[in-house]
Design a protein. Structure first.
Length: 300
């Protein structure tokens, strides 16, 4: 019997995040479900172009290449397509030789409920409502924003970048910044430097990544993580001590003091970046695949 999916790093992804379905989605919106279904059936042998998260998924699945007897990653497909129209998606998966065998097709209804059934650590979608629902249920989730075809990095190293407040950490500090300003935020964070922040929606996913990283030596680890935050000294100390308290390793930490993040993410060569604020996401998506995390005070 195969092991439980919970033994692996499990990433659930929507079909529109994995493949470029813009053309067929336009047909659905302009002509309705019957025209959409007919279009997909007529083109089911024509592979779909890669979507915004395709390169990320390909690198995730590559982690299994030297662990054939004990795969460490599972990618599952969650789609609003029916099984009938979803055949084109599975054909595209086979065309690109992606090792994805599990899927849920929900015929127009939201598939986010299956995020928990598959014991997923992360859910990536292009549907903000599904993402919000998953976040409300306590799962790491993000809306993929950037357009397909921007990633030209051909290295095998998998690089995740995260914002801090309201993503890895709770938004408790960000609430002070929003309501009282930068001076009050800095004073509060300095006074609370030895008090760990509460976890945010991506804490468990980061912890799962860290457990996977520990299976490799530091020199040979194929996964690299970065914290890319608008914080600066002296507000950095609480963040560092929180990660130390959680016993979670971050490979790189960038404290930018409010500078735009895009160029730094490009330098890090992030395969994906997660942030709660749309302004940061808009800038980042010009450079790397970006996931908006609609969580915390910035999204109320």
């Amino acid at each position: 019997m195969p092991g439980k999916l919970g033994d692996k790093l499990v990433v659930a992804i929507s079909s529109r995040a994995l493949f470029d379905l813009d053309e067929s989605h336009h047909i659905f919106e302009s002509q309705g479900i019957e025209a959409y279904s007919q279009y997909q059936i007529e083109h089911e042998d024509k592979p779909l172009a890669p979507g915004a998260a395709f390169s990320l998924v390909k690198k995730l699945l590559a982690l299994n290449s030297d662990k054939a007897d004990n795969p460490v990653v599972e990618v599952v497909l969650l789609s609003r397509n029916s099984a009938d129209t979803g055949l084109r998606i599975f054909n595209s998966i086979q065309h690109y030789q992606l090792d994805i065998s599990r899927a849920a097709f929900t015929s127009g209804r939201s598939p986010y409920g299956y995020v928990s059934a598959f014991a997923s650590h992360l859910f990536l979608s292009t549907d903000p409502e599904d993402v919000r629902a998953a976040l409300d249920d306590g799962f790491a989730a993000a809306t993929i924003l950037s357009q397909p075809g921007k990633d030209t990095d051909d290295t095998t190293e998998l690089r995740f970048a995260f914002d801090g407040d309201a993503v890895i950490f709770s938004d408790e500090a960000e609430q002070i910044y929003k309501s009282k300003g930068l001076k009050a935020f800095t004073e509060s964070e300095t006074a609370s430097a030895n008090k760990p922040l509460a976890g945010g929606p991506f804490k468990n996913f980061l912890a799962a990544l860290h457990r996977l990283q520990k299976e490799y030596s530091v020199e040979q680890c194929p996964i690299r993580t970065a914290l890319v935050t608008a914080r600066s000294a002296p507000a950095h100390e609480r963040v560092i001590k929180t990660l130390r308290e959680w016993q979670i390793r971050i490979d790189e930490a960038l404290f930018l003091g409010g500078m735009p993040k895009g160029q730094f993410l490009r330098s890090f060569k992030a395969d994906v970046f997660f942030d709660d604020q749309t302004t940061h996401c808009d800038d980042a998506s010009e450079h790397v695949a970006t996931g908006h995390v609609p969580h915390g005070v910035a999204n109320n």
